[in-house]
Design a binder for this molecule. Structure first.
Ligand code: LLP
Length: 438
């Protein structure tokens, strides 16, 4: 099947381990990360910058999958970290992630979250709006504590992806508008703030983007603004953060470039413009999420009930669904799947893989091509490493799956499966049983 590895038993192999064995050892649904692939992707980005002679930080956008173990792995690989909440920052602190390499994002960071970032002495706050800018200034001044900041701007670039996941167009809730004076005003406010060290600009134009032009136009737009500020105020940005959003291949219809190729194209624009404008080459930071973890993850399910709608379709239900992967229901996202215990059997039967949530829309793959599935088969849905576990919920009070890392035949549990006790741990009983007066 496709590019997947298969062993002599005809079983899917992930990270050198037999996926069917993993399903039996850890149970299903199970998310398996091939950590070698994560390392390879990380190195791909880092080497691209090295080859081009550009100082860079590659920050893992951890909203794609946040856990202590993935933060430890990211730290091992020399990545920086993008966190978007107090919760992600707390997780990073638990993983003892190097604080100076943590960047804090979000369009409505609370006073408490910002203070927490100062407590942790993180590397940089990416300031999104005027309220946040005034809070960061005040906190820094009150504490007499330095903080590095980037200003997040919206470059007005339209990228063709799902409307819910584009962020760089003008009508966006994120960032200071680059064209209508907001960014200039924010610059003025941040520039002379005593305890703030303004490093430069940030943008992120959206996610799962395939068009190189969208990225290069954004890079150009930011460079132009930087050049204006250099000429008008002699201010030189030392950092240019170009965000993430590099598209990956979910199905055969997707034809992205190698993730690092998008980065190379953007970096080329920065190199050229800085040369022709005599602008000191800034450090380039990027924030890939999906392209680091997406194809490294596979979800294993056990096939259960089957329903045929004669002449229409056959549903095969699995023991998970939109509770562990909401992307098909939310974005019409497409995936491919295979029967992990019969990989070499022809995958030419069309079935719809349904979840077990009480929702008609809970379908993981419509018209999947599979080998004949019988109850108890292990189904593998590929490319589920990004925005699946991190967006998982307890709808219908289904426990969230376990997550494991596999590499070179070794495997380890990194998030244990939720139990019914976990699910009810926040519930409180009525203080007084309400009784009807007799
Ligand atoms: N930087 C910023 C500021 C972001 O907002 C995001 C993603 C990233 C980096 C990472 O983007 P990536 O490289 O992963 O595309 N839940 C949606 C995706 C939402 C993306 C949100 N921001 C999905 O499942 O497709």
């Amino acid at each position: 099947y496709g590019t997947q590895k298969v062993n002599e038993k005809g079983h899917l192999v992930i990270g050198g381990t037999d996926a069917v064995d993993l399903a039996h050892v850890y149970g299903t649904p199970l998310v398996v990360y091939d950590t070698a692939l994560f390392r390879k992707r990380a190195a791909g980005f880092q080497e691209t910058f090295k080859k081009m002679g550009i100082q860079a930080q590659v920050a893992y956008a951890s909203k794609a999958f946040s856990s202590i173990a993935i933060y430890e792995l990211a730290a091992q690989e020399g990545l920086s970290l993008d966190v978007v909440s107090g919760g992600e920052l707390f997780t990073a602190a638990k993983a003892d992630f190097p604080r100076e390499r943590i960047h804090f994002h979000g369009n409505n960071k609370s006073y408490m979250e910002l203070n927490y970032a100062f407590d942790e002495k993180i590397g940089c706050i990416v300031v999104d709006n005027f309220l946040e800018l005034s809070m960061v200034k005040e906190i820094a001044a009150t504490r007499r504590q330095q903080m590095k900041v980037l200003l997040r701007v919206t470059p007005g670039v339209e990228a063709h992806t799902h409307e819910f996941i584009t962020t760089g167009q003008e009508d966006s809730k994120f960032g200071f508008d680059l064209k209508n004076g907001q960014a200039d005003k924010a610059f003025g406010l941040a520039y002379d703030a005593p305890y703030l060290q303004l490093l430069g600009l940030h943008c992120h134009i959206g996610s799962q983007i395939f068009e190189t032009d969208a990225f290069t136009h954004a890079a150009e737009a930011l460079m132009e603004k930087m050049q204006v500020w250099k000429e008008s105020y002699s201010f030189v940005c030392t950092v240019l953060n170009l965000g993430g959003g590099f598209g990956i291949r979910y199905t055969e219809e997707d034809h992205p470039l190698e993730p690092a190729q998008y980065v190379a194209e953007m970096a080329e624009v920065v190199l050229e413009l800085s040369k022709s404008w005599n602008y000191p080459l800034p450090e380039i930071w990027i924030e890939p999420g999906r392209s680091l973890v997406g194809d490294a993850g596979t979800t294993l399910y056990t096939a259960g009930s089957e329903k045929e709608v004669p002449g229409v379709r056959t549903y095969i239900a699995v023991d998970g669904g939109m509770s562990d992967n909401i992307r098909p229901a939310l974005y019409n996202a497409n995936y491919t799947a295979a029967v992990a215990n019969r990989m070499t059997a022809p995958h030419d039967t069309t079935v719809t893989i349904a979840g077990k949530c009480c929702e008609s829309g809970d379908k993981l793959i419509v018209d999947a091509k599979l080998a004949n599935v019988t109850e108890g088969d292990i189904l593998a849905v590929f490319c589920t490493g990004a925005y699946t576990y991190s967006m998982a919920g307890n709808y219908n009070r289904f426990p969230r799956p376990a997550v494991i890392f596999a590499e070179e035949g070794q495997h380890q549990l990194v998030i244990r499966r939720e139990t019914y006790e976990d699910i009810t741990r926040l519930d409180l009983s009525l203080q007084q049983k309400v009784r009807k007066e007799s």
